[in-house]
Design a protein around this ligand. Structure first.
Ligand code: PGA
Ligand code: ZN
Length: 447
């Protein structure tokens, strides 16, 4: 006689870990635009909350934010994204184990069913994915960074990351006043987080003073960096170097420069239209732009350069990485968009040596972690990054610490959506075994 096949029923999820509520609400970001906040609660009452950030200079392969279109708020409302969470995502997550991050993320990806997350929205997915992690950490009674570190199994000690902090903003974040998007500083000589912030605060103040004295201060750009009215990109580099000196610090020794060229914003098909190449509009070939940037690497204390060529210029990116040499960090953002497969293909082509990790480019924490693991397995470094549209949400700081990522990019040293992240590091450092220590200089290409 045939015996019926009996499958073991899944053990019931205990109330402490059972998702009982997924609630979405519309909140506002640092540009005054609507965005998505999600709260996840377990049956035993543990709660987690997270807010989706938003980019302005996005890579074409990113997870798409779902925006309503129409007249209200420039078409940027997120009511459809909120409704998708309530009607599709919440019913699929309720009753499940809040600790099963990968399975829950996979459920959301399957529910969305598109290659670019355009049905439910990358904004809906990332806010929910991060809220799940917060709720799981709360259920376990652990800070989020510790919860992530416990489970990452990376063997990398939980440490505060080296901050990359913007001083001048340009490109898409400042009305195109400068071609380049971010002029940042990295406190390469600082041993600890607090010192790195102290030095940056002094450089930021000095830069504001020098800019005002030169009559070039126009306010602040989207990420809180000064919005300078320079005639030429290189003037910003010169003034940033002067600002480091004016703060009593040694350029290149204590504090170095990091640039995000964001070249996809002004280049396509290997041709680059710059408004202020040498103070005048010029169209450059890929090789000419590379030469311009390599000249800056020789003349200024620049240790890191992001998106030096456009996302569609793989040959240019590879040639630039080779020419810049192993001591220069070449960061890819738009070309790899926090995607493990893209990181692998770019590494195979010799393009770049460091991946920017922006969870909302991927859509879920699981996919972001896969991108990080891909970069590690290839010998690339990684930088966890905020977006130009941010909020008080500090999840990314916990991701960097918990996942053992050695660098963090958040924008400038002004405005509370940025300062919330730097301040969160000040709290986390009090609880780490390693304290406020930063990774040793020898861990970096410029070491
Ligand atoms: P975004 O830019 O957040 O406006 O897309 C940030 C970056 O390019 O790194
Ligand atoms: Zn970028």
């Amino acid at each position: 006689m045939e015996r019926p096949i009996v499958t073991d029923p899944l053990p019931p999820v205990p109330p402490s870990r059972r998702i009982a509520e997924v609630h979405a609400r519309r909140v506002w970001d640092s540009r005054g635009r609507p965005t998505v906040e999600v709260e996840v609660a377990t049956a035993a009452g543990a709660r987690g909350r997270a807010i989706a950030p938003a980019g302005a200079s996005t890579g074409s392969g990113e997870a798409v934010d779902l925006r309503d279109g129409g007249a209200a708020f420039g078409g940027l409302d997120v009511r459809q994204a909120i409704s998708g969470i309530e009607t599709a995502i919440a019913p699929a997550l309720i009753g499940r184990d809040v600790e099963a991050q990968a399975a829950l993320d996979a459920t959301m990806v399957a529910l969305d069913g598109t290659h670019d997350r355009s049905r439910l929205g990358g904004n809906a997915l990332v806010a929910t994915s991060m809220a799940i992690a917060h709720a799981a950490a709360a259920a376990a009674g652990r800070p989020l960074w510790a919860w992530l570190a416990d489970r990452s199994g990376s063997g990398v000690p939980a440490m505060l990351p080296l901050p990359e902090i913007q001083v001048f903003g340009g490109g898409a974040h400042a009305g195109g006043r400068l071609d380049l998007q971010d002029f940042m500083v990295v406190a390469v000589g600082a041993d600890d987080w607090r010192t790195a912030l102290d030095w940056t605060a002094e450089v930021y103040r000095a830069a504001g003073r020098l800019l005002a004295e030169a009559g070039r201060l126009q306010g602040v750009a989207d990420e809180g960096g000064f919005w300078p009215a320079f005639d030429d990109n290189e003037q910003a580099l010169a003034m940033l170097t002067q600002s480091i000196e004016a703060a009593g610090l040694r350029p290149g020794e204590d504090v170095a420069i990091s640039l995000d060229i964001a070249a996809s914003n002004f280049g396509r098909g290997g041709r680059y239209r710059m408004a202020r190449a040498d103070g005048r509009p010029r169209e450059l070939e890929s090789g000419e732009l590379a030469e311009l940037l390599l000249g800056w690497l020789r003349r200024y204390p620049v240790v890191s350069i992001e998106d030096p060529l456009a996302e569609d210029d793989l040959a240019g990116l590879a040639a630039f990485t080779e020419a810049a040499g192993p001591r220069v960090q070449v960061v890819l953002d738009d070309a790899v968009v926090t995607n493990a497969a893209r990181i692998r293909s770019h590494a195979a082509a010799g393009a770049g040596n460091t991946a920017l990790i922006k969870p909302n480019q991927a859509g879920t924490l699981t996919e972001s972690l896969a991108a990080l693991e891909a970069s590690r397995s290839l010998g690339w470094d990684a930088i966890v990054s905020a977006r130009s549209g941010e909020t008080e949400d500090t999840t990314i700081v916990h991701l960097a610490v918990g996942w053992g990522v050695r660098q963090l990019k958040v924008g400038s040293f002004a405005r509370s959506e940025r300062m919330a992240k730097w301040n969160e590091g000040l709290r986390i450092g009090e609880t780490l075994v390693e304290g406020f220590a930063l990774p040793p200089r020898s861990a970096f290409p410029w070491g």
